[in-house]
Design a protein around this ligand. Structure first.
Ligand code: NAD
Ligand code: UDP
Length: 318
């Protein structure tokens, strides 16, 4: 049994991760300030709650820390950009200082947004990205990029065992209905017979990963032997492990809308087009060769199957 802390554990990914870790018999504590997280996600779970802001420090003794605290949907992370930026930077600093103090192993949630509007397709970990430093997404993108650098330099200075995971668009149960991300928006719009809002012409692509696949990847990654990770990354010139995790199945946003409507045939919703937000990446698809070689991990749940489970979750909430 490990003593595990999940920062941001009341959010979407954390709620799924906590369930899986508890099922494995671990002791799980969640640190969250409920900025976007929901108490419902933790109801009856049997976790310990530290209700606080990650920027104010991370108390306690831990074997593993999953560092997820940060709003993730564009409307939420753009609501208070300085909050987002400082959560990324001061948040990882607090987590790394705690890890140094108690010898914990850290898995830090980075993002495919470090690639920005990518010039390389699909995106391998070696892509340095194409990010606007002064756009509406930069509080998130650049915050996450600095957090990666913070992790790298902490590891080089103090030997902190920190592993970076660049998460690509993930969806599933326990997403906040008011989150504003595309999968939850489309499902809820279809269930409520409201217009399905395609931003731009809907031709931009994303690769959608069902959350159970991501959680499996997290478990494989956190348990990986440090020496084996070093043996994998050092010859590549990396002083810190960094892995993409996502599902390489690539869909246009319009195809996603059509699949949602196919799965909810009673819906009277129609597609409507809305202005494309600034700096919205045109194409996104992970190259997962490294995660596959290093951990033997690959996602197994195709979009149609994951959507069916997610639709069932949102139906039950209604
Ligand atoms: P989410 O918004 O559902 O959860 C984030 C959690 O962090 C919430 O519970 C929120 O209350 C908490 N939080 C935010 N700021 C905090 C602070 N200063 N102190 C304490 N708690 C704070 O998001 P999610 O989808 O679960 O994402 C989790 C992590 O994974 C985030 O770091 C996000 O950037 C990353 N990520 C997610 C995706 C995805 O598709 N879901 C993709 C890439 C990266
Ligand atoms: N999007 C959309 N309609 C919505 C919400 C999002 O067309 O109601 C688009 C958005 O412009 C982007 C894609 O869907 O191109 C994914 O958006 P999301 O906010 O889920 O994540 P992102 O990958 O942009 O961070």
């Amino acid at each position: 049994m490990k003593r595990i802390l999940i920062t941001g554990g009341a959010g979407f990914i954390g709620a799924n991760l906590a369930r899986r870790l508890l099922a494995e018999g671990h002791a799980v504590t969640i640190l969250d300030n409920f900025y976007t997280g929901r108490r419902d996600n933790l109801a009856g779970l049997g976790v310990t709650l530290l209700e606080r802001d990650v920027r104010d420090g991370v108390p306690g003794e831990w074997d593993w820390i999953f560092d997820l605290a940060c709003p993730a949907s564009p409307p939420h992370y753009q609501r208070d950009p300085l909050f987002t930026l400082t959560t990324s930077i001061d948040g990882i600093r607090a987590v790394l200082e705690a890890a140094q103090r108690c010898g914990a192993r850290v898995l830090h949630a980075s993002t495919s947004e470090v690639y920005g509007d990518p010039l390389v397709h699909p995106q391998p970990e070696t892509d340095w990205g194409h990010v606007n430093t002064v756009g509406i997404r930069s509080c998130y993108d650049e915050g996450k990029r600095v957090a990666e650098t913070f992790a790298l330099e902490h590891r080089r200075a103090y030997g902190t065992d920190v592993r970076l995971v660049r998460i690509f668009n993930t969806y599933g149960p326990h997403m906040d209905p008011a989150d504003g991300r595309v999968v939850s928006n489309f499902i809820l719009q279809a269930l409520r017979d409201e217009p399905i809002t395609l931003y731009g012409d809907g031709s931009q692509t994303r690769s959608f990963q069902f959350v159970d696949d991501l959680v499996e990847g997290f478990l494989a990654y956190i348990q990986a032997d440090p020496a084996a990770l070093d043996a994998f990354f050092a010859p590549k010139g990396y002083a810190i492990p960094v892995l993409n995790m996502g599902n390489p199945g690539e869909f246009t946003v319009r195809q996603l809308a059509e699949e949602v409507l196919r799965q909810i045939p009673t819906s009277r919703s129609e597609l409507v087009f809305r202005p494309l937000p600034g700096d919205d990446p045109k194409r996104r698809k992970p190259d997962i060769a490294w995660a596959s070689e290093c951990l033997g991990w690959r996602p197994t749940i195709p979009l149609a199957q994951g959507l069916a489970k997610t639709i069932a979750y949102f139906r039950a909430l209604a």
